[in-house]
Design a protein around this ligand. Sequence first.
Ligand code: CMC
Length: 428
Amino acid sequence: MENETLTITDNRTGKTYTVQLFKGAVRSMDLRQIKTETDEFGLMCYDPAFMNTASCQSSITYIDGDKGILRYRGYPIEVLAEKCSFLETAYLVLNGDLPNKSQLDEFTAEITRHTMLHENTKKLMEGFHYDAHPMGMLVSSVAALSTFYPEAKNVHDPAIRHLETIRLIAKMATIAAHCYRHNLGMPYVYPDNSLNDTENFMSMLWKRAEPKYEPNPVLARALEILFILHMDHEQNCSTNAMRAVGSSLADPYVTTAAAIAALYGPLHGGANEQVLRMLDEIGSVENVPAFVDKIKAGKGRLMGFGHRVYKNYDPRAKIIKQAAEAVFGVTGKNPKLEIALELERVALSDEYFIKRKLYPNVDFYSGIIYQAMGFTTEMFTVLFAIPRAVGWLAQWQEMIQDPEQKIARPRQIFTGHWLRDFVPMEKR
Ligand code: CMC
């Protein structure tokens, strides 16, 4: 590995260059020596949408898209989803190793201590229109936290980074629950720190007049599994936003708000909401073949299908499909499941989808579970953002501490006018 090189011949000049490989990759900066004239800029890589560009080194998440493998810090996602709690997995993702009992207790106590929001955050949220989309509320409220914690700007101070990371993970769930209650026109519920993190989230969502909310343990565990599955996914669109915005040394609150904004899009975290809308549009199992034909004719996309990295079944979708059984045991079956299963069956046996390696992704079944639990469709992406904040913050910490990282600043290939003569207004 150490001495692997690449020899490049520039056919424009006939010159040959030997470039050292770095961990099996070419360092783009090594290509800059390749030029036709000495005063030329040098060769660049053109890679719209980062299809083949590694923007960082990372030790957090490993994905093998062809084999359908996902691991956090070396542990298969299937094992973590079966054996770990949300905070245990969050500790692993943030710190690199699974916690022992006292480490987990300390981490849990820290998160629990920070679940409350400043009352003014609540007031700010009260100002949103009654039907404001919860993702819009989440982006703005998380960004607003920046104004409450101005010390968060000291991103090079490890103690500050740790504190803001804990605060953000703790407060994301509280803000998310407030968004939900806001849409329902119900009073916000304060955190109940005698419950564990997932149960407390459920209490903030669904507590009514009862003195203490009693969460259903099956639903609490299903929610926890969904949160574990969504925690990190290496350099996806929102994580890339987190790293790019964070590279300017903006504080973690506004940086996380930028990542949430990226997640909101229908091609990313917004897909789970779109899957439910699509299933509504299909309406019944008999309409599935006609819908698939429409997609194949280029009219729209099958939401919850396909992935930039997975060219095999998304391992998270498999686990969610199993978790659905337990949830439906409590809530009764979501009638949309039948349509989803038929859609999957038809798509996976169709040449169009087989040829393009399009399989169900994490968003295909998650919305069906969330809907059965009682969530509104608009909340689905918020439920993605809560655990993903852990991944974003782990990636942000890694980026800040990486001596090779600088402010993210891609190059461009300029295609505009070269130099134009100014034309006064009256002559245009
Ligand atoms: N339905 C129908 N055709 C599709 C789909 C789909 N869902 N996804 C990709 N294709 C086709 C696409 O039209 C193209 O066909 P052709 O080669 O004939 O032009 C081919 O497959 C390759 O697609 P691409 O757009 O080049 O692939 P990409 O890697 O840029 O896109 C994706 C990945 C996830 C954006 C895309 O598959 C998609 O739009 N899926 C639906 C939205 C979705 O479910 N997103 C959630 C992703 S998983 C969770 C997350 O990351 O947030």
